[in-house]
Write a protein that binds this ligand. Structure first.
Ligand code: PMP
Length: 359
């Protein structure tokens, strides 16, 4: 830290993104990217826009918003596009939370929420999950605080039903509820239809997972026009051209080919269930994930050991060393071929570990 760094950030612990190593070719099952490429129309749109890079992008993302309005069945005035969904989440913390309006979220969830809170000087509270790693909706009923819930949650993959979400939103009418639906396309139920009815609900989604665009950085929020207007104020006060022109064109092209992406999601769901069954057969406890990742742990091997041994063998998964999930790994669902390699390596590691113990 330099002597110039603002004192207000002196305790800030930045978010640690999943590793993106360059030392060798890994089977990357650690950052929940899609194993499938974007549709060819997306690459064509990017190439077309690249020729116009001398010009600023459209700050309103008019074409992209129009496509999203069509796909999600909401008015254009209910949508804000951002640089990844991390940005809309940060905007929401900035716009709706402060010392008088603290925020709560589950203790085990997306690790960026406490960072956004600390960055913006917002008091926050973590509500423990139940022993089975699920969120207890009852903990959030009528608590009169702003709430952020990932649904499906990360890294557990577990979901709340739309009825439970609605009860949480309806019982906190004077607070904002953000539902982070980064993984909703893999089997969750979207709360977007509820945004018509509740002015305190903001739903966020991303093109990073189900739409194969993690490297393009595109996310968005859907909510009441008044909420979107507040978020626009934050956007225009930080970075009006937050979505670059290639990404905006790529996003619009992706939405025009929505069926291709939803078909990929189906394949990922099938591969997820196949991998889950295989892990259970190896004695792993695996949560009932509705996301594009599995969350698995076993008494037969320490979570960190499995992560390190897989890495040595060219397979990257994500391990969190925090309790109570240190025994677990989060495994992104890749192609069936990638998951077969992951399973074969896991079997090999389990066998070696058992042999070492018997020595
Ligand atoms: N929410 C959750 C729950 C996530 O896991 C992620 C991915 N790291 C994000 C939001 C942000 O993703 P992106 O900024 O790529 O849209």
């Amino acid at each position: 830290m330099s002597r110039f760094f603002s004192q207000k950030y002196k305790n800030l612990k930045a978010y640690t993104p999943g590793e993106q190593p360059r030392d060798m070719q890994y089977i990357k099952l650690n950052t929940n990217e899609s194993p499938y490429p974007p549709s060819p129309a997306v690459a064509e749109a990017v190439a077309r826009e690249a020729k116009k890079l001398a010009l600023y992008s459209d700050p309103e993302c008019t074409e992209l918003v129009a496509e999203a309005a069509r796909v999600f069945g909401v008015g254009a005035d209910r949508i804000l596009m951002t640089n990844g969904s991390d940005e809309i989440l940060n905007f929401a913390f900035m716009a709706f939370c402060d010392k008088e309006h603290p925020v709560v979220f589950p203790d085990i969830t997306y690790g960026f929420y406490p960072v956004f809170a600390e960055l913006n000087g917002i008091p926050y509270e973590k509500i423990p999950l139940k022993d089975d790693f699920s969120i207890d909706a009852a903990d959030y009923i009528g608590i009169h605080k702003n709430i952020v819930i990932a649904n499906p949650n990360a890294p557990t993959g577990l979901t709340l039903s739309l009825t439970e979400i609605e009860r949480i939103v309806a019982s906190n009418p004077d607070n904002i509820v953000v539902i982070d639906e980064a993984y909703v396309d893999f089997g969750g139920e979207s709360a977007i239809p509820l945004t018509d009815k509740y002015e305190n609900l903001l739903v966020t989604q991303t093109f990073s997972k189900s739409r194969s665009m993690a490297g393009a950085r595109l996310g968005f929020g859907i909510g009441a026009p008044s909420l979107i207007a507040d978020l626009q104020t934050i956007k225009y006060s930080t970075n009006p051209y937050n979505v670059n022109r290639m990404t905006a064109a790529a996003g619009a092209a992706a939405l025009r080919e929505n069926d291709y992406y939803m078909e990929n999601c189906k394949r990922i769901v099938e591969t997820r269930e196949y991998t889950k069954n295989a892990l259970e057969a190896l004695g792993f406890f695996v949560t009932d994930s509705k996301a594009n990742f599995l969350f698995a742990g076993s008494d037969r091997i320490d979570g960190d050991t499995l992560y390190r041994e897989l890495k040595k063998r060219g397979v990257l998964v994500r391990h969190f060393s925090t309790e109570p999930i240190a025994q677990f790994n989060r495994i992104t669902v890749g192609t069936k071929e990638q998951m077969d390699v992951f399973l074969a390596k896991t079997k090999e590691i389990l066998k070696e570990t058992a042999q070492n113990e018997n020595r």
